[in-house]
Design a protein around this ligand. Sequence first.
Ligand SMILES: *[C@@H]1O[C@H](CO)[C@@H](O)[C@H](O)[C@H]1NC(C)=O
Ligand SMILES: *[C@@H]1O[C@H](CO)[C@@H](O)[C@H](O)[C@H]1NC(C)=O
Ligand SMILES: *[C@@H]1O[C@H](CO)[C@@H](O)[C@H](O)[C@H]1NC(C)=O
Ligand SMILES: *[C@@H]1O[C@H](CO)[C@@H](O)[C@H](O)[C@H]1NC(C)=O
Length: 483
Amino acid sequence: MPADPLASGTCLPKVLVVMRCSLKRSLAAAISLLVFLLIINLASWPHEDLELKNVQNWARSVGVHEIVADWTLYSLQTVTNTTNVLNISYRYLAGMAPLQKKFLTLGLCSVKRKRESYLLETLTSIFKQSSQEELKEMVVVVHLTDPDQEWNSQMVQQIATRFPAQLLQRYLVVIHTPLEYYPPLEGLKRNFNDAEDRVRFRSKQNVDYAYLVNFAANLSTYYLMIEDDVHCSKYFFTVIRRNLASQKGTSWVTLEFSKLGYIAKLYHSSDLPRLARFLMLFYQEMPCDWLFVHFRLLLTQKEEIRFKPSLFQHIGRYSSFQGTLNRLKDEDFEEDLSELPDNPPADIVTDIVTFKNYKPSKAYSSVEGYFWGKAPSAGNSFTVIFKQAVSIFRIQIHTGSQQHPESYLQEGLVALGTQKLHTWRPGCTNYIPIGYFDQGNFDKQNLESSTSSDPECVHIVVTKNQSESLIINSISIWIKPKP
Ligand SMILES: *[C@@H]1O[C@H](CO)[C@@H](O)[C@H](O)[C@H]1NC(C)=O
Ligand SMILES: *[C@@H]1O[C@H](CO)[C@@H](O)[C@H](O)[C@H]1NC(C)=O
Ligand SMILES: *[C@@H]1O[C@H](CO)[C@@H](O)[C@H](O)[C@H]1NC(C)=O
Ligand SMILES: *[C@@H]1O[C@H](CO)[C@@H](O)[C@H](O)[C@H]1NC(C)=O
């Protein structure tokens, strides 16, 4: 009887087989543990939230599969250790990382497209729409991720020709990650019944992003993800910085400055090592536009925080996957931000009972959303209290909304306040009325000399009981006339 090579086999192959098995087993065990912890963590959250429920189910279904089929133990260790960045030697194709830590990094990945490329146009827009002062505080990282090295080097030559000064000043750096650092891109799970080439495309894209944010983790305080086919608003940097100031003291994971794709999503750079690992762990599960939402939810930011207007516009007409038509536009995009209100830093107080999450601050900040309160009575008020006294040129207030036009302020006035109270009762002592609401709206200019000293409060007073609820859609304050 011929001997079964496996049954009788020599010692060596057996040892190898056992070793490989135990490696695989420990990999699977580690991943199961991770997912288990994730589920425990999620299970302790309030149950009414449907979105969280979905994440729970998703984490559970991921848990029953092996995430990475055939990868080295080294990869797993580096992926799960969140204390440091992934140890990857990037290739610098052009430019160098900045010498000092910047305020903001803009990061994007680019691959060869079947049709037009928009990368140079995107870079041109960023550098053209920013002032020298702004550029000094940011750096743009381009991750060229095409497997075709020929294309990468052609592209880097074009970039070097178009942006020599920006490369020299370290405002721009172009990198590439060698393919040997990529996990398997063949034979992946075909979730959502996606075609194999689509699965490969989106899985590789997740890894492209993971290595990009991993590279950027140490470059700046904040990181903005953009795509290689966008236009930006003039002075977007300053607007981002102003909006960041308005979020001071709140905890957030992702701030959004566009409603499309993986465009204009802002992170704390300190979260990037973790984001990189997250993208690696789930790289074959779903596209990045869905993964980044799960990341925010897992770090317990339940609601999307999106600012208006949008600061980046999608310009590509063909997608980078197979060049299919993709004309998505963000209708909240505004190129010229010079008319944006200044809304200096302030606290908001009101004695009108607030509905659920329609917080008073939403009327004042440029975060999407508005204040919504119970039907107010005469004497109720809504007060903006500035952190510092400020000269005011113009105030514009809109109440009601398109969906709820009846929820406007039927009768009310606006007053400017001085002599801020520093007691338990926030507000000002001295109020000078400056005008009345007309059909729920208020707009008045040339207010600089309405008060003897710079105002510290803007006070909205309800002057008649109303039976309809009240929406304050926006409060806009300009400190100077338009340029
Ligand atoms: C994670 O990385 C740090 C720094 O390299 C190292 O000191 C630590 O031992 C690692 N932790 C694990 C669990 O591997
Ligand atoms: C990073 O990787 C290189 C080679 O891949 C290795 O020589 C080096 O020791 C690694 N560094 C750390 C901190 O793990
Ligand atoms: C991060 O930057 C600091 C200073 O710029 C440098 O000392 C440190 O080694 C960097 N860390 C990593 C992981 O690159
Ligand atoms: C207005 O509402 C308040 C409290 O809801 C009530 O006490 C007062 O009588 C009302 N005034 C009028 C004129 O209806």
